[in-house]
Design a protein around this ligand. Structure first.
Ligand code: AMP
Ligand code: MG
Length: 314
């Protein structure tokens, strides 16, 4: 059910869970200091309890409520990339709920770049723990409709339109002047390197981001990636011969005969913005298989390639 800003604030203050828009994907939000509310997030998503949540804040000065250190490197990255699709994993204060941290010694923080959610964060005064508003391992939602279809009409959703970035945030862990990339996203490794300068790209105690399972971000329909258009078309034809329809996604123009197909403009930002929405549409066609043209294996495409590879696994 769609709700307005003031109702969302009231519900969150009352310990309820509300889906909220961000520029990356929609989040399933709860007051980061309310453990009963946090438990509901895990229950609704059917998410394992060792998979920590990102805490969304409105201002840089809230970092120190959660992190035991905000090193010059971490601060420089935050100043460059916030508000935006960039998450910092920092050593946690022990006052931060273990439910948020998934029992890690660290906490993940981000200032999102969405006007409605920034207003929500500021007016409520809350910090909001919010993972993507989808069932565990399924496709992330980039519209209010995706959330309601995936989690049910009873869930309150603040509708902020279609997400502008469209894939999950880049995650970087920082310890002092050392950093490590934990998840690829639209803030690229090269742009982080440009800000981090000579800082070491290696933590003294390397960490693993929990929850980065190979099978992730998946449609229900089986999905296969193709590095060649010809092979994709051949596969679509084979499906026709066997009388089992496929659906295809190609990057750039070009028809796929005998098949429902979608074309995305071959531009990284456009593909990221429309990727999940297109996969949600393809998933609802009742196709036997989704045939996806892979982007080139080049640095600017790596975050999209990462999501597609995980979605296609299994
Ligand atoms: P989601 O918000 O659903 O995209 O998932 C958040 C992801 O952030 C988790 O799956 C982890 O991979 C990562 N993450 C969150 N908190 C931490 C943390 N304290 N340490 C390492 N990774 C984290
Ligand atoms: Mg997720």
């Amino acid at each position: 059910m769609r709700i307005q800003l003031q109702e969302a604030i009231n519900k969150l203050k009352d310990g309820e869970v509300v889906a909220i828009p961000t520029e990356t994907v929609y989040g399933l939000a709860a007051d980061a200091s309310n453990e009963d509310a946090l438990r509901q997030i895990y229950a609704i998503k059917a998410r394992p309890s060792d998979n920590p949540l990102i805490v969304h804040i409105a201002e840089m000065n809230q970092v120190e409520q959660f992190a035991s250190g905000f090193s010059p490197l971490a601060k420089k990255l935050a100043q460059t990339f916030w508000p935006g699709p960039f998450t910092l994993v920092l050593p946690a204060k022990n006052t931060v709920s273990n439910i948020v941290r998934g029992n890690q010694p660290t906490v993940a923080l981000r200032i999102p770049n969405h006007p409605l959610t920034l207003q929500l964060l500021k007016e409520s005064g809350l910090a909001l723990a919010a993972p993507s508003a989808n069932k565990y391992t399924q496709l992330s939602p980039t519209s209010a409709d995706h959330v309601l279809t995936g989690l049910g009409d009873a869930l309150p959703v603040l509708d902020g339109g279609a997400c502008e970035v469209g894939i999950e945030s880049t995650i970087v862990a920082v310890q002092g002047e050392n950093w490590q990339l934990l998840r690829l996203g639209m803030v690229t490794e090269a742009s982080i390197e440009a800000v981090a300068g000579s800082a070491a790209k290696k933590l003294s105690q390397p960490i693993k981001a929990p929850g980065q399972h190979v099978l992730h971000y998946s449609p229900r329909t089986p999905m296969r990636l193709f590095t060649s258009r010809e092979a994709l078309i051949a596969c679509a034809n084979a499906h026709i011969k066997s009388n089992a329809p496929a659906a295809a996604l190609v990057l750039g123009s070009g028809a796929v005969p005998n098949c429902s197909y979608f074309e995305l403009n071959k531009n990284v930002a456009d593909v990221a913005q429309q990727l999940y929405d297109t996969l949600h549409k393809m998933d609802s066609l009742g196709a036997k298989e989704l045939l996806i043209e892979a982007p080139p294996n080049e640095s600017e495409w790596l975050a999209i390639l990462d999501r597609l590879t995980r979605a296609a696994h299994g």
